[in-house]
Write a protein that binds this ligand. Structure first.
Ligand code: NAD
Ligand code: TYD
Length: 366
């Protein structure tokens, strides 16, 4: 079946990887991206991809309605969100606006344009494992029926959006699916999140700020595996159902950071040109990147452990992650080293001021 698909937030990290995946695997489909190009959105993420970018807000119901009718859109894949927990702690309002009000605006338009006009459709909502709260060391991994217990303004706003999506199915019969995934990593990851931030800090010889004791556990999912999982849910997921998508790579932050430091040292040892490109990196002088590790004040309300049980997606959709963390991380580091122009463009923008101020606060608070 050919689709005309609207990807909200398609100029962000996961959305743009999804557009690349969908365009490569379903070349006959038409792809429209709706993205507000906030600090996290980047036109360059879509360079060379066969997709039309419409710059606009998911809360703009008139715009969304005209996109659905003018382009004959039958599938929405909804990524657009405020996505960073630390920002949600400092300023929750934008999270309510985009994640809750924005998702509801999309649902309202989908109901009007699709249900009331009796058009075949699918609304896929991309969510997070953070809605389930935090796990103790021996708790079983999150399943689709794990009760919601969001702890941060970010996860609370995502939980609210998940409930609205569910309600539009239950009450009005909108054809929806939802996926809740674990921490993604890979190319085009915005450098405020742990892995890309630490790669870029290490290249500049800046501190690697580890929150608390660094023993928080995340289940790392390569973004390509996530995109394949989402595509499987869109095409084969049952209406109204939720699917958990994980990477099967549960690791404490310190293990992730030590892997990153060791890989950085090895990259500099094997490629002498890195030393001249990044002279401020400790590895350029033969020193260990791990010397940059700095323990800082913990994030307030920091969730201790996330883990995903994705057996439902495996059984129903044939989903399985293909990247181990080791191979996925090595490919990701290689991508950041080969695509300096991409992250340089972001560093030259103003977002880093926010990051630097945030670190200054955390380090001063020690
Ligand atoms: P991101 O922050 O990189 O990208 C978000 C995109 O949404 C940006 O391009 C931004 O410009 C756009 N956007 C923001 N507000 C908008 C608005 N009002 N209208 C239109 N566009 C708007 O986020 P990401 O990491 O790619 O995450 C994508 C989705 O996946 C989010 O819904 C997030 O909650 C979810 N998720 C992410 C992760 C992860 O590890 N990154 C894990 C689980 C779930
Ligand atoms: P992050 O990438 O922000 O994702 P999330 O909070 O959604 O899991 O953080 C991943 C983990 O790394 C989390 O436990 C917080 C921790 N972390 C640090 O220790 N230092 C940092 O500078 C950042 C950004 C995160």
């Amino acid at each position: 079946m050919m689709r005309s698909i609207l990807v909200t937030g398609g100029a962000g990290f996961i959305g743009s990887n999804f557009v690349a995946h969908w365009a490569a695997t379903r070349p006959a489909d038409r792809i429209t991206v709706l993205d507000l190009l906030t600090y996290a959105g980047n036109r360059a993420n879509l360079d060379g991809l066969d997709a039309e970018l419409v710059v606009g807000d998911i809360r703009d119901e008139g715009l969304v309605a005209s996109l659905l009718s003018d382009r004959g859109i039958d599938t929405i894949v909804h990524f657009a969100a405020e996505s960073h927990v630390d920002r949600s702690i400092l300023g929750p309002d934008a999270f309510i606006e985009t994640n809750v009000i924005g998702t509801h605006a999309l649902l309202k338009v989908a109901r009007r344009e699709w249900l009331e006009k009796k058009k075949p459709h699918r609304f896929h909502h991309v969510s997070t494992d953070e809605v389930y709260g935090t796990l103790g060391p021996n708790d079983p991994a999150f399943r689709e029926d794990t009760p919601y217990a969001p702890n941060s303004p970010y996860s609370a706003s995502k939980a609210a959006s998940d409930h609205l999506v569910r309600a539009y199915h239950h009450t009005y019969g909108l054809d929806v699916t939802t996926s809740n995934c674990s921490n993604n990593y890979g190319p085009f990851h915005f450098p405020e999140k742990l892995i890309p931030l630490f790669i870029i800090n290490a290249l500049h010889g800046r501190a690697l700020p580890i929150y608390g004791d660094g023993m928080q556990v995340r289940d790392w999912l390569h973004v390509e595996d996530h995109c394949r999982g989402i595509a499987a849910v869109i095409e084969s997921g049952r209406p109204g159902q939720t699917y958990n998508i994980g990477g099967g790579a549960e690791l404490p932050n310190l293990t992730v950071i030590d892997t990153l430091c060791a890989a950085m040292d090895k990259a500099f040892a094997t490629d002498p040109s890195l030393g001249s490109r990044f002279p401020d990196a400790p590895a350029a002088r033969g020193l260990p990147t791990a010397a940059l590790k700095t323990f800082v004040t913990d994030r307030p309300g920091h969730d201790r452990r996330y883990a995903i049980d994705c057996s439902k997606a495996m059984a129903e959709l044939g989903y399985a992650p293909t990247h181990s963390f080791e191979s996925g991380f090595a490919a990701t580091l290689a991508w950041y080293l080969a695509n300096e122009h991409w992250w340089r463009g972001i560093l030259d923008g103003s977002y880093l001021d926010w990051v630097r101020e945030n670190y200054a606060d955390r380090q001063a608070a020690q």
